[in-house]
Write a protein that binds this ligand. Structure first.
Ligand code: ARG
Length: 613
């Protein structure tokens, strides 16, 4: 099943071919001038250039062919050779019927599905999440859903940050604060041979009573701040990190406790945001692969010594950048920077676990493509990791892609912080949005008939929709300003507006069902019926563009236009009030189809709709 753009492109391609020109010129797009045409083809201009002919002459030839197409009500030449097309009401109606009958609401499936792993959210043990994590979660979730909906086999992985320096910091901080745990660490055997699972469980139970999530939240920022000032402290934390990674048993037990405590809380928060992972693997899961990987990199001659550390050089000859030294002089250095694989303390670094994780993913899932949905500020990191992976043959060129994005900023234009100046907690952010949503609902006189529980649920959905839609409506590369007042408005291009329109269609359909009204074949007569049908047809184009560009804003834009289109349609075309039974049935079908498509689109954005408001 093809959308009109695609099937008209095929017709235009055949027309160009019949005129002795390449069928590639037959690309048809939605018209820039909906008042004049539904679709247009600009191919005659390009064809004229390459064939050194007059564009208008070519257009005349192509139009002659296209005129025979029964789906087209008119085909005209505009300007120097643009071809404008209007689709016949019957062809539009047939397309609307097709979409109405299709459970995918007119969206096609990929011809060649792939295995795709989406690495997103990337929260860390104990480190508070910042806006980068929020955006990664929202955008990654949407890309995961979109790819899956189009037919790819998709796995979404949280890639939990559980293996870096912050773990050494936490271990150090906990031991400093709790003499009992510090003594326990000294007592525990180095190798776990003489230690049963039951013994380990006993130790873990001690931790549970002494170190809570609140402790981690409190200790981490203090430890991180201290390590910045206090060299001795930082060295101890570094040593603890290296000891943990080298298998020191007590540290591993303590570490496991931190990881579990954090994970439970995080998963709950993500779930509240409608973000759920298929896999919750951590950086630590790549640990067993690191030693063999390092040996292999060595064997391949890729690993070089550099001031006690071991690195992989990823710059190609001649790739350099200017670097300013502390004394003010400027030198040329290789660019991108080399990937640091083993630090001088013998620790694995962020890039090391990323490289080893590629191997892990290859073994477990063998993805054709890994999408890293991570803050644009990490672009250099991924460039280094990807290059190293390609050099080592761990992935096919093009098989790794960084899906970067801008930041959500505060009114000051800097990455958003809470009023107290701290990084936002996901939990608090959701509560803020929910509170504003309650206010907005009351102000709009909505939700008055709902039970208190249903009202809360609706407020939650409205709040989350506000946050997500505000994020996803922008192209991901663009930064935007956090403005909860605007995000939660029921007017304008917002999540709440979309939910409101959806609920409105649901209520119309409920009324229709009560009256026993039935849908029927679509008739396209009124301009608003025509516009709505063209919008329904454009779903496929929006999805494929979003897919190709890894950019959910195309889906968001479609959802918004569709909601608006429905609103206009409903204002111009009464449904249950239509005189003719066939017209009533047709409009009911259009309303049902619009709802189905709107809900699908919103679901791809990770936005849930309530039944009532
Ligand atoms: N945990 C990282 C951070 O907070 C993000 C992880 C992104 N994914 C990755 N494979 N590196 O910055």
């Amino acid at each position: 099943m093809n959308d009109l753009k695609r099937s008209l492109s095929e017709a235009a391609a055949a027309a160009f071919q019949a005129a002795g020109l390449s069928p590639d010129f037959g690309r048809v797009t939605a018209s820039d001038r909906p008042d004049l045409a539904d679709f247009q083809c600009n191919g005659a201009l390009a064809a004229a250039k390459s064939a050194k002919r007059n564009p208008r002459e070519i257009a005349v030839q192509v139009v002659e062919q296209l005129k025979a197409d029964p789906r087209l009500a008119s085909v005209e030449i505009a300007g120097v050779g643009f071809i404008n097309m209007r689709v016949s009401p019957a062809a539009l109606a047939a397309r609307a019927d097709e979409i109405a009958a299709d459970e995918r609401a007119g969206a096609s499936l990929l011809a060649d599905p792939r295995r795709v792993l989406v690495d997103y959210a990337g929260p860390n043990v104990a480190k508070p999440m910042h806006v980068g994590h929020l955006r990664a979660s929202i955008i990654g979730e949407s890309i995961k859903r979109l790819y899956r909906f189009r037919g790819d086999q998709v796995v979404g992985d949280a890639h939990f940050g559980d293996w870096g320096f912050q773990m050494g910091l936490l271990i150090t901080a906990v031991m400093d604060e709790d003499a009992f745990i510090a003594a326990l660490m000294d007592k525990l055997p180095d190798a776990p041979r003489d230690f049963s699972d039951a013994d380990a469980a006993k130790v873990r139970a001690e931790f549970a009573g002494r170190v809570t999530l609140a402790d981690l939240d409190r200790l981490y920022p203090a430890a991180a701040a201290r390590a910045k000032e206090d060299v001795e402290y930082r060295d101890r934390a570094r040593k603890a990190t290296a000891d943990l990674q080298n298998g020191r048993f007590g540290y591993r037990l303590l570490w496991k406790h931190f990881v579990d405590v954090s994970r439970v809380a995080l998963e709950r928060e993500f779930h509240a945001l409608g973000v759920d992972f298929d896999l919750w693997k951590g950086e630590s899961d790549a640990d067993p692969l690191i030693a063999p990987m390092v040996r292999q990199l060595e064997d391949k001659g890729l690993l070089v010594e550099d001031q006690g550390a071991r690195i992989v050089r990823v710059a190609r000859p001649g790739e350099t950048k200017k670097k300013k030294l502390p004394d003010g002089s400027v030198i040329e250095v290789e660019s991108p920077d080399p990937l640091l694989v083993v630090s001088s303390e013998g620790s694995a670094m962020y890039g090391t676990t990323d490289l080893a994780t590629i191997l892990d993913r290859r073994q477990s899932f063998d993805p054709h493509l890994i999408l890293y949905c991570v803050d644009q500020r990490q672009a250099d990191h991924f460039e280094q990791v990807f290059r190293a992976a390609y050099l080592a043959g761990y992935a096919q060129p093009g098989g790794l892609e960084h899906i970067g994005f801008g930041t959500m900023n505060g009114a000051d234009g800097k990455p958003f912080k809470t009023r107290a100046g701290g990084v936002l907690k996901l939990h608090d952010l959701i509560e803020m949005a929910r509170e504003k949503a309650r206010e907005r609902l009351r102000e709009a006189g909505l939700g008055a008939e709902l039970s208190p529980e249903a009202f809360e649920e609706t407020a939650h959905k409205v709040g989350v929709a506000a946050l997500k839609f505000a994020d996803l409506q922008n192209f991901r590369g663009t930064s935007y300003v956090f403005d909860l007042d605007r995000f939660t408005s029921f007017e304008g291009k917002t999540g709440p507006y979309l939910l409101y329109q959806t609920v409105r269609i649901k209520s119309i359909l409920r009324k229709a069902a009560e009256q026993g009204a039935q849908g029927g074949a679509v008739i396209v007569a009124e301009p608003a019926e025509r516009d709505l049908t063209l919008l329904l047809d454009a779903f496929e184009g929006a999805l494929s563009e979003a897919y190709d560009k890894k950019a959910p804003n195309f889906v968001a834009e479609h959802a918004y236009k569709l909601a608006q289109g429905f609103s206009k349609f409903y204002a111009a075309c009464p449904i249950l009030g239509a005189d003719e039974p066939a017209v009533r049935a047709s409009r009911l079908t259009l309303a049902q189809t619009a709802l189905k498509q709107l809900e699908l689109a919103l679901d791809l954005l990770g936005v849930e709709t309530p039944e009532r408001m």
